[in-house]
Ligand binder design. Structure first.
Ligand SMILES: [Zn+2]
Length: 287
């Protein structure tokens, strides 16, 4: 930022926007220490400084969450999808100082492979009608992930959505169904019996209540500022679309609907439309 002020007046507009300014001193507050894991499938916490009130930011074209941390610094909390390239990345920030691009470094993370046997062959290779159904359902979910309400979230350290339960499949596993590679595991699985109550980990608005081909019975909650959570393979719903929910409220019951080998909760967490490791938010992250 200081370097930018010293630039000759001639360098303006596009030229300035193309410069990558290293992020200010790394953030040190409570939220930054908990969330900053700048790897594919992780989160980059980028410090905006102490006088960045009213700023907005985008990453890869999506609006990004901005919070004030315990050390009084304003921070951008940037979700990094699994497809993120290792190396330098840029965050576009708009504030009182005008527009700037802050750079941050993405580090590497290795994800192990997981082999799953499915009896339902259509869950490995769906027929054309099932593919059509899946595409329609996929778009509905992509739209829900892209939601950005300016207020919220009520809390950034999330409660576990179920009591107890082993973490049975971690985020990011490269998955092979009956030997065929499919999308990596986009969430975190809790091994808990059918009927276990699922609770909202923060306040929010229910944006999807649906029965999907792969995900089975599914609920989406929009917690605000691009933080969206998804719960699938449910056996029963306790909420309806559009309902406001509060932290700790029961939203559904665990089940084994859709592409599931047994009862468990599959939980996705998304920030700025990027699916990221939910373990980060419940203090269970393993590098
Ligand atoms: Zn899962």
């Amino acid at each position: 930022m200081l370097a930018l002020r010293r630039l000759p007046q001639a360098i303006t507009g596009v030229a300035v926007a193309l410069l990558l300014i290293p992020a200010l001193a790394s953030a040190q507050g409570f939220i930054a220490r908990m969330l900053h894991h700048p790897v594919p499938g992780g989160i980059a916490v980028v410090s905006l400084g102490s006088d960045a009130a009213g700023s907005s930011a985008t990453y890869m074209g999506s609006p990004v969450m901005i919070l004030r941390d315990s050390d009084e610094q304003w921070i951008a909390v940037v979700g990094l999808g699994l497809e993120t390239r290792v190396g330098d990345a840029g965050l576009q920030v708009r504030g009182r100082q005008g527009e700037r691009t802050l750079s941050f470094a993405v580090q590497s993370r290795e994800y192990p492979a997981q082999h799953i046997r499915l009896k339902n062959k259509s869950h490995v290779n769906p027929d054309p009608a099932q593919v059509k159904r899946f595409e329609r359902e996929y778009k509905e979910q992509v739209d829900a992930y892209a939601s950005f309400r300016p207020q919220g979230p009520s809390n950034i350290s999330l409660d576990r959505p179920v009591d107890g339960g082993r973490l049975s499949s971690r985020f990011g596993l490269r998955r092979f169904f009956n030997g065929e590679e499919r999308n990596p595991h986009s969430g975190l699985d809790f091994a808990v019996p059918t009927g276990t109550p699922v609770k909202a980990p923060a306040d929010g608005v229910v944006t999807i209540v649906a029965d999907y081909f792969f995900n089975g019975k599914t609920v989406f909650i929009d917690h605000g500022q691009g933080l969206v959570t998804m719960y699938c393979h449910l056996s029963a719903f306790e909420v309806h679309k559009g309902q406001q929910v509060t932290r700790g409220q029961v939203i559904a019951k665990v089940g084994a609907t859709g592409r599931a080998t047994g009862p468990h909760l599959h939980w996705n967490v998304s920030l700025n439309n990027a699916r990221i490791d939910p373990a980060i938010f419940i203090n269970a992250y393993q590098p």
